[in-house]
Design a protein around this ligand. Structure first.
Ligand code: G3P
Length: 217
């Protein structure tokens, strides 16, 4: 499973990128707002740092306006994936932009039918939002599983990009189900390293190393 980082914070991306943890980056208008940066400038910086796909989202609602914005975003760098919402207009924009050779990420997906439509429209990525479904006491991971089955049944090449990931367990569960990509905030990716028994075991090793006077350098 590929790891995308769901942020527009340059320092956080750089830290994870240095560890080989960044196969791509996803942003959206909320994350751009949080960064306090200009969308074109910050997206260019991210594209220069990361070789994988960098999703940048349109803000228009009509297909023709989304297409114009998508073309402008795609000019930033060859690794831009234009992000469009899963509306009828978004699907129209997806078809045009993918036909022009751009990567397109269709976002705000909450049902298998929406994912089916995105694949038919040629989407490079479909972004089901699992955390927001869990918030409503519904089954976010179940949606990933349903889309996996549908895409595999018919050989759709659209990549399942699990989004709205909130916990380390979401990451391992998405990997088990077979999501192609999971995009998560930096703190969730870092939290995947944590275990209380790791901390406890290390504490004991440190104490014993001191007692035994072990020195390596
Ligand atoms: O990748 C989509 C993500 O940014 C939304 O996450 O936590 O706001 O549902 P969240």
């Amino acid at each position: 499973m590929k790891f995308f980082v769901d942020t527009a914070e340059i320092d956080a991306i750089a830290e994870l990128n240095a560890l080989g943890m960044v196969d791509g980056v996803t942003t959206n208008p909320s994350l751009i707002m949080k960064s306090g940066r200009d969308i074109l400038e910050v997206t260019k910086e991210i594209c220069d740092m990361v070789s994988g796909p960098v999703s940048a989202e349109v803000v228009a609602l009509k297909a023709e306006d989304m297409i114009a914005e998508g073309r402008k975003l795609a000019e930033i760098a060859p690794n831009i994936a234009v992000k469009v919402p899963l509306t009828w207009d978004g699907l129209k924009a997806c078809k045009v932009l993918t036909d022009e050779g751009n990567m397109v990420n269709v976002t705000l997906c909450f049902t298998p039918n929406q994912a089916l439509l995105a694949a038919k429209a040629g989407a490079t990525f479909i972004s089901p939002f699992i955390g927001r479904l869990d918030d409503l006491n519904t089954d976010g991971l179940g949606l990933i599983a349903e889309i996996r089955t549908i895409y595999d049944n018919f050989g759709f090449e659209t990549n399942i990009l699990a989004a709205s990931i909130r916990t380390p367990n979401h990451m391992s569960d998405c990997a088990k189900i077979g999501a192609d990509v999971a995009t998560a905030p930096p703190n969730v990716i870092k939290a995947m390293a944590n275990h209380v028994l790791t901390d406890k075991g290390l504490d004991q090793f440190v104490k014993d190393a001191e007692k035994a006077g072990i020195k390596i350098l």
